[in-house]
Design a protein around this ligand. Structure first.
Ligand code: FAD
Length: 456
């Protein structure tokens, strides 16, 4: 943020710059600024006691568990996160291989290792593959309307449903199989909601959906934890740059502020913290999450932001993805199993489940990702769900109901999965974040250009 008032900087010193927020965006900005000889007076004001924000790797299960971001999407040379991670030596051999970097996924999530239906029993992998082919061919079609003069539906969700109805007319199987196909498609809708950070694909506008570019490279993870990246960036900063436990209350800008220790010097910006502390500056880089900005827009900037910026903040969506970690005494899955899909029978993307979400939130869980076993300690699993406030993510009744209904039972474990003995929610919906990330494009978005905030 740069104020229009252009006060002179004190001779012999560069401008004072404040970065608000110590997530990867704030740390990245600070790292760049620190390298620049013109910016010697730099502070990063971080609300909490740690840096990294939505990137947080825990060792609660005796190994690395990603509470926030997990994957580098499109890990190839055009991806700055990949480049930085590679430079710091944080990636494994496979992720760094040219072969991995060349893989074109088209942004499609790979097939699960195994799918279970909520009535018990596994679902035919052929049927799952057939529905995935259909779903992703339709998703590919949605990208064709980028500059189209006419669009067949306002949202991605409505377009997909319309097309699915047409395909259904050609389905010749018995009713039971047709219902199962719809339930598999429903799971794929949920996956897409997770990817897009939205509760419903009906909220994602069709016409600009194709603006989102998928980089080549099969998604990869950090063997030692994603947080290694933000830790390394932070370690590269001079010692006194980070100021922790400094939640910013209001950014006064376009003014003329003085500081007792710098008589005669005036600053166009004054950053006021919750604890009463004030930091005058020439420039401020604001990297707080969109969810926080939405909630505090009326008081965070004084004077208020220009209408165009304020409207963009109001209208861009910010969805919630939560993760729940479950730990089992014995794995009940095959050693090579990576991803377990749960297909809830009698669910359908053609029905609006929103009113029932309070009672059936767990039906939005997209699946389980098996985490590696940590030496002697038990192997935990991770699962992720979309648009579920953490308070609604207790281990009872939803996850126990998953067990109770038997669809996770005994494959190939001795007598079914042992009770989950640990869990952990993600801090995403906390007071300094208010969500997880933004959908690619939101319906009724004020401007035509798409914005995606992943990776800051
Ligand atoms: C569960 C989950 C899974 C995800 N998975 C992936 C993934 O696999 N791959 C991927 O690329 N991305 C993923 N993301 C998104 C990714 O984590 C974020 O896009 C990225 O970390 C955002 O970085 P940031 O610096 O912009 O914001 P943040 O990391 O949110 O940092 C903002 C910082 O600002 C601080 N702050 C807030 N308010 C104030 C204030 N008033 N004063 C001072 N400081 C303040 C916060 O404490 C925080 O440290 C995921 C996110 C979540 C929540």
């Amino acid at each position: 943020m740069q104020s229009s008032g252009r006060q002179a900087e004190a001779p012999g010193r560069g401008p004072r710059v404040l970065v608000v927020g110590g997530g990867i965006a704030g740390l990245g900005a600070a790292q760049r600024l620190c390298c620049h000889p013109a910016f010697p007076h730099l502070r990063v004001l971080e609300a909490t006691a740690r840096a990294g924000g939505r990137i947080r790797s825990e060792r609660s299960f005796g190994g690395v568990v990603e509470v926030g971001a997990h994957w580098i999407h499109g890990p190839s040379q055009g991806n700055p996160v990949f480049q930085l991670a590679a430079k710091y030596g944080l990636l494994g051999e496979k992720a760094l291989s040219e072969e991995n970097q060349l893989i074109e996924t088209g942004g499609h999530v790979g097939l699960p290792s195994v799918s279970y239906a909520s009535s018990g029993g596994s679902v035919s992998p052929e049927l799952v593959a057939e529905m995935a082919r259909l779903f992703y061919s339709l998703i590919d079609q949605t990208r064709e309307f980028l500059h189209a003069a006419e669009i067949p539906a306002p949202s991605v969700g409505e377009y997909l449903k319309k097309e699915i109805r047409q395909h259904m007319a050609g389905w010749t199987e018995e009713e039971e199989t047709k219902r199962l196909k719809l339930a598999i498609l429903n799971n794929l809708f949920n996956v897409e909601c997770c990817v897009s950070g939205t509760h419903s694909m009906d909220l994602v506008a069709l016409s600009p959906f194709g603006e989102y570019t998928v980089l080549p490279g099969l998604d990869c993870t950090f063997p030692g934890g994603y947080q290694g990246l933000t830790d390394r960036i932070m370690a590269s900063l001079p010692k006194d740059v980070m100021v922790f436990n400094k939640p910013v209350k209001t950014i006064h800008w376009d003014g003329s502020f003085e500081e007792a220790s710098a008589p005669g010097e005036t600053f166009p910006v004054l950053v006021e913290c919750e604890d009463g502390g004030c930091f005058p500056a020439h420039h401020v880089v604001v990297t707080v999450p969109l969810g926080f900005l939405k909630e505090r827009l009326d008081t965070f900037f004084e004077p208020p932001l220009p209408t165009e910026k304020a409207e963009a903040i109001r209208k861009i969506g910010f969805g919630t993805n939560n993760k729940i970690f479950l730990e089992f005494e014995e794995p009940f899955w095959q050693p090579d199993c990576q991803h377990i899909q749960v297909v809830w029978r009698d669910t359908s993307p053609l029905e609006d489940t929103a009113p029932k979400l309070q009672d059936a939130w767990f039906k939005k869980l997209v699946g389980f990702w098996v985490l590696p076993s940590f030496g002697e300690s038990p192997a935990p699993r991770a699962q992720e769900c979309a648009e579920v406030p953490l308070a609604q993510c207790p281990i009872h009744p939803g996850l126990l109901q998953l067990r109770g209904r038997g669809q996770l039972r005994g494959r190939p474990g001795p007598a079914g999965p042992a009770p989950p003995c640990g869990r952990q929610g993600c801090p995403a919906p906390g007071p300094v974040c208010r969500g997880s990330h933004t959908p690619d494009v939101l319906l009724h978005h004020a401007r035509s250009s798409a914005v995606r905030l992943e990776g800051g």
